[in-house]
Design a protein around this ligand. Structure first.
Ligand code: BV8
Ligand code: ZN
Length: 255
């Protein structure tokens, strides 16, 4: 599939990028792929842990059935993540935060790499792997690098679980509502590195489209949502995002 060249970024997108006041960016595992974070799907197969598809081990049922197994899965991923650094895509998105009056970054990722790249306001729809939460009183605890993970709640003594949203669980209170409200207001919505299969996250581009936003997808592969977009930029996020920002807006008379 022909990857993006600078010149294939449309005047429409350049103009929107140059003039938009309100921009929403939605990211998935693909934005972290160039940092070495394994994606869940890609190349046709789905991540599996000890014979269990990831949406089984990462499910609410599993916390009730076998919390130690769930911790083993997230402890493995957290260890994998520790040495990894943000890539050019994370850094570019962090720059965009300062460029637009209203800029909303919504991520499905629990890896914290957007924040590590300098993004200040990140809506983490699915939680964060560096936190634990009490199953009873919901008190939250940071899991510090190189330190042993707290097992029980210092407040009420109950077990702690990963502070991530598992399949079959509702999203953090207000997170989706805030993201949906921003999608209704944005003029430009850029969706980066997601297969667009998991809901309600995948409904955000649909909400932005219905509100008249210009929709752009950045992904080396076609996705379940590709048909929805005004513009599909086929390529890696770390290569394509800097191109969008640096593409001169030939339609802009004053520049
Ligand atoms: C809920 C945290 C309700 C844990 C995650 C409607 C229709 C159908 C099903 C449902 C529906 N509504 C709800 C459901 C059920 C379910 C769901 O969506 N199931 C799917 C599988 C069909 N949703 C839920 O359960 C949600 N909760 O609905 O609650 C409710 C209401 C009342 C009472 C109780 C409950 C909760 C969903 C959240 C689950 N947690 N993560 C963990 O990380 O383990 S989801 C997890 O998987 C990620 O966060 C992410 O959301 C998803 C993976 O998707 P992607 O990030 O897109 O990654 P993927 O690998 O798939 O794709 C990567 C893409 O990147 C590819 O396209 C690839 O080409 C591209 N790429 C690769 N390299 C690059 C690149 N792109 C750019 N640059 C590169 N270099
Ligand atoms: Zn507690």
């Amino acid at each position: 599939m022909q990857t993006v060249q600078r010149q294939s970024i449309s005047d429409q997108l350049r103009h929107r990028f140059d003039t938009a006041k309100s921009v929403l960016v939605l990211t998935g595992a693909g934005v972290s792929a160039e940092s070495g974070v394994p994606t869940f799907r890609g190349g046709g197969n789905t991540a599996v842990w000890k014979g269990m598809p990831f949406d089984v081990i990462s499910s609410a049922k599993m916390v009730d059935r076998d919390l130690p197994a769930v911790w083993e899965w997230f402890d493995y991923r957290r260890t994998l993540l520790q040495p990894l650094e943000p890539n050019a895509a994370h850094r570019e998105i962090a720059r965009w935060e300062k460029r637009f009056q209203q800029f909303i970054l919504v991520t499905q990722n629990i890896d914290g790499l957007h924040q590590k790249a300098g993004s200040k306001s990140v809506i983490e729809l699915h939680g964060n792997i560096s936190r634990a939460r009490c199953v009873e009183c919901h008190a939250r605890y940071e899991i510090l690098a190189g330190e042993s993970r707290p097992e029980q709640c210092a407040g009420c003594g109950n077990w702690l679980r990963p502070d991530v949203v598992l399949f079959g669980e509702i999203l953090p209170p207000g997170a989706f509502e805030l993201a949906a409200k921003s999608a209704q207001k944005c003029e430009l919505c850029i969706v980066v590195g997601t297969s667009g299969i998991v809901y309600p996250a995948a409904s955000l581009p649909e909400i932005a489209k219905a509100a008249g936003a210009y929709l752009c997808e950045v992904n080396p592969e076609r996705t379940a949502l590709s048909g929805l977009f005004d513009e599909v930029l086929t390529g890696k996020a770390g290569e394509v995002l800097p191109m969008i920002a640096s593409a001169p807006d030939s339609t802009n008379t004053h520049s």
